[in-house]
Design a protein around this ligand. Structure first.
Ligand SMILES: Nc1ncnc2c1ncn2[C@@H]1O[C@H](COP(=O)(O)OP(=O)(O)OP(=O)(O)O)[C@@H](O)[C@H]1O
Length: 848
């Protein structure tokens, strides 16, 4: 029944084949199809010469075969192509189709498909032969025609002979299509229909998509429009609220104004009733123009002097011959009577510059009001009042713009001026007015007894004299670029001292590695030793100063006094018996209270024995001296070093160490240091030196970095040179800008001549000898120490200062020195007073 039904539906009757047969047959067909198709694709006639067929005998054979399936593949391919021609390629295609259909699509194995396959290939071959398509392929591959053997005989000979070409082609196309339908089961017309339907479906779907997209777009646009409308609504509401608030404010303002009006009217009424009028407070004082640049005419009374010599005897250094010494008078200083080039300030010009400054600042949104204008000898200071809430740093930021607007070469901004509520803009004057030393020496501040060692330094922008006191400083560092006014400053300092002190009251040790700078002072009777010009002898001179300082301290301790002034004014036994003559001595009245800190440190030093080795026989002798034999007074000692850099190159560690020792403790011993350098580098003005010299004078330098080395702040780079200076007074963080005092070389020469004409120079022979030898007290002389030793010493000092311990074994260990060398280094350090003597197992003291 079932087979009958199948036949009715045109289907194949069910075969008796087992169910796995189709799958096995399918996979086998796929395998065969693949082998054949690879054989055919990679077929070349050169793989087949052995057969001697196909006219390929004269060709070079391929050894090995190029066919991917080898000899068998080449053979199969040749025979298929020989029989079916190019239509032979249809055979593996048909086999693959069948394999796939059987294995994966559940098709059943039937004779129809086999017949279809044969028909499909055979008709293809005949069609190619009749139509002579691909004939070039046949020639290239040495086949008899593109339809092969079968196509040639069956197609060209039989069918074409019977039906002619047209009839044969029609018949063959029909048979070919039938064969294809039988093989594949596909019906071309139905297939086309299905394709058409699918294409229509796809088009409809695409259109639908487009519509959906358009719909989405329109929805989004609607949403955006809604959002915009909502936002507009919100903004309108906000604007309305703001308008309401503004109106409210306006109303409040009006009400307030009305109230104020009423209050004002009431006040006016009140004032009418009560005639006492209240003055308005002026927030900004009326700007003033002060011209302090002009010179004061000095007193010209002949023979007048700033100081008269006091009679003293018995000072420690040689004093004989200085009894009748006369201090120099003002006549030695010349006064230039001629009209100065600068005739004072042109007020109109000053006001116009100030207006430019204020306008420039306003143009950058910095609101300031004009303040005082002060014209000093070198610069003019324009003060401005910043408006409330304005940061002064904003004015500083506009420095370059102000300089451009005022066409100034260099400007300096003080924001704020120390101790004032204004900001100062300093601009250099076109014409500078020199400040003659004579003018400063005649000032009360110089002659005042409050200053023990007054130094005439210069005049500030307000025209006030800047007079320092070396005793209070107690040491001074003067630095600046070459040609900025350092030497003139040192000259005015020395000259100021010469006007007050005779050689028995004050002595100089001058160190001048440049040789020429202090040559003029060579004949000065105040010199302890001739000007030291050899850098190698400087260390010895400094060591002598250290020893002198320590000697003085030991004598202070013996007398029970704490410092230099205490010693010089101590009560002498023999004088107590004499009737006291009370002299109106200014100094006594204003004797400064000794600094408690200094007293404390000296007391501590004395207790600790820190004041250096007291082993020398001389020192022991000093302590054994009777009161009669002790020096009655000590003179001040001022050590002036011109050009520290040269010394720091020769023996940096020794120079630095000795300067530091003097600077730390010499103040109470009446010993003061003045150090000058034109090389303000950190390796010259070292941290140790700076820490011990708090008073500084900076002249113009080339960079803010140099300024920082001298003053720990910038500013010296903004100076204009030729005596324009910044002075950092002792115990103050406030820098004072001033024009340095000017003393000419001729004036200096005249003063030195005045001093030297009165008396012979009395150098301290013993000291001179020691310095000439380059050592002290016959100890190790520096010349025995080679350069290599000096280098090694530096390393030793570094180790000792970092470890805070001084021992031979430490140096041996840390510097890998032999015992002898390490011990020698320790000896040298001890001799140089950097470490204390060995004391059994006790650690040595470190004085560095
Ligand atoms: N206080 C001053 N008033 C007026 N002019 C000065 C003043 N100081 C210096 N000058 C001028 O500057 C010139 C150079 O000064 P000075 O010789 O003191 O410079 P310096 O810094 O010592 O230079 P160097 O280091 O090369 O010796 C002087 O010749 C003088 O014309």
């Amino acid at each position: 029944m079932a087979s009958q039904k199948n036949r009715v539906r045109g289907e194949e009757p069910e075969s008796n084949l087992p169910p796995w047969f189709n799958e096995v047959a399918g996979i086998a067909l796929i395998g065969v199809g693949l082998i054949l198709i690879l054989s055919l694709i990679t077929f070349t006639p050169h793989d087949m010469p052995i057969l001697g067929i196909g006219g390929m005998v004269d060709n070079e054979p391929n050894i090995p075969r190029e066919n991917s399936i080898g000899v068998v593949g080449a053979l199969f391919a040749y025979f298929i192509l020989f029989i079916f021609g190019a239509a032979g390629y249809l055979l593996p295609i048909g086999l693959l189709w069948l394999g796939v259909a059987y294995a994966f699509m559940g098709a059943k194995f039937s004779k129809r498909t086999l017949i279809g396959l044969v028909c499909f290939v055979l008709c293809g071959s005949c069609l190619l032969a009749v139509t002579e398509l691909l004939s070039s392929w046949a020639v290239a591959n040495h086949f008899m025609g593109s339809g092969g053997f079968a196509g040639h005989w069956l197609g060209s000979k039989v069918l074409e002979g019977l039906l002619n070409k047209t009839g044969a082609v029609i018949l063959l196309v029909v048979l070919y299509l039938i064969g294809m339908i039988m093989l594949t089961g596909l019906h071309p017309i139905q297939f086309s229909k299905v394709c058409w339907v699918k294409f229509q479906e796809w088009r409809v779907k695409r259109l639908g998509d487009k519509e959906r997209i358009a719909e989405k777009e329109s929805k989004r646009a609607a949403r955006d429009a809604e959002k915009l409308a909502r936002q507009q609504e919100r903004e309108a509401a906000k604007a309305e609220a703001k308008a309401k608030a503004d109106a409210e404010k306006e109303r409040a303002k009006e009400e307030k104004a009305k109230k104020e009006d009423v209050a004002k009217k009431a006040r006016v009424e009140e004032e009418k009733k009560n005639p006492q009028v209240e003055m308005d407070l002026k927030e900004i004082p009326k700007p003033k123009i002060v011209d302090s640049s002009q010179r004061k005419k000095p007193r010209m009374d002949p023979g007048s002097k700033p100081f008269e010599k006091k009679k003293q005897d018995g000072v420690s250094l040689s004093t004989e011959g200085f009894e009748d010494y006369e201090l120099p008078g003002f006549d030695l200083l010349t006064y230039d009577d001629s009209e100065p080039e600068d005739q004072g300030a042109d007020q109109g010009e000053l006001l116009s510059i100030q207006k430019t400054i204020v306008d420039t600042l306003k143009a950058f949104g910095v609101d300031v009001s004009a303040g005082d204008i002060t014209r000093g000898p070198t610069i003019t200071r324009y003060e401005v009042y910043p408006s409330m809430g304005l940061r002064v740093s904003r004015i500083t930021q506009l420095e370059a713009d102000i300089a451009r607007a005022t066409k100034a070469e260099r400007i300096n901004i003080l924001a704020p001026i120390p101790g004032k509520d204004t900001v100062g803009i300093e601009i250099a004057n076109d014409n500078k007015v020199a400040v003659p030393l004579r003018e400063l020496l005649q000032d009360e501040a110089f002659t005042s007894a409050k200053k023990k060692i007054p130094l005439a330094l210069g005049k500030d922008v307000y025209g006030n004299t800047v007079i320092g006191d070396l005793a209070a400083m107690p040491h001074l560092l003067v630095a600046g670029a070459t040609g900025a006014g350092k030497s003139v400053c040192i000259n005015s300092i020395i000259t100021s001292i010469l006007f007050k002190f005779s050689p028995d009251e004050l002595r100089f040790i001058m160190v001048d590695p440049k040789v020429v700078e202090m040559q003029v002072y060579g004949n000065l009777p105040h010199l302890v030793v001739p000007v030291v010009t050899d850098p190698n002898k400087v260390v010895a001179a400094l060591r002598w100063v250290v020893n002198e300082m320590e000697k003085r301290y030991r004598l202070f301790a013996k007398c029970g006094v704490r410092n230099f002034d205490g010693y010089n004014s101590r009560p002498r036994p023999e004088k107590e018996e004499e009737p006291e003559v009370v002299e109106p001595e200014e100094n006594v009245e204003v004797e400064e209270e000794p600094d408690p800190e200094v007293i404390e440190s000296i007391a501590r030093a004395l207790e600790d024995g820190e004041l250096g080795p007291s082993s020398s026989a001389d020192d022991e002798d000093e302590l054994d001296l009777d009161e009669d034999e002790m020096p009655d007074r000590f003179p001040y000692i001022v050590v002036i070093i011109d050009e520290l850099a040269d010394l720091m190159q020769t023996a940096p560690a020794d120079v630095e160490m000795n300067i530091a020792r003097i600077a730390q403790k010499a103040r109470a011993a009446g010993i003061h240091l003045i150090i000058a350098t034109q090389t303000p580098r950190a390796d010259v003005v070292t941290g140790i030196i700076k820490a011990n010299i708090p008073s500084r004078i900076a002249f113009q330098v080339s960079s803010a970095l140099d300024s920082r080395v001298i003053l720990d702040t910038k500013g010296a780079d903004k100076l204009v040179g030729k005596g324009d200076m910044l002075y950092l007074p002792p115990g103050s963080a406030k820098l004072e800008r001033a024009q340095g005092a000017f003393v000419s070389d001729e004036e200096v020469e005249a003063i030195v001549e005045h001093c030297s004409n009165q008396t012979e120079q009395k150098f301290e022979e013993s000291i001179q000898q020691t310095i000439e030898q380059g050592g002290v007290d016959g100890g190790d002389d520096g010349n025995d120490v080679s350069d290599a030793d000096e280098e090694c010493l530096l390393k030793c000092i570094e180790v000792i200062t970092t470890e805070q311990k001084a021992s031979t074994s430490l140096l041996q260990r840390r510097l890998r020195l032999g015992y002898t060398r390490a011990a020698r280094m320790m000896d040298i350090l001890e001799e140089r007073g950097m470490i204390g003597p060995a004391d059994g197992a006790k650690a040595r003291d470190i004085y560095i």
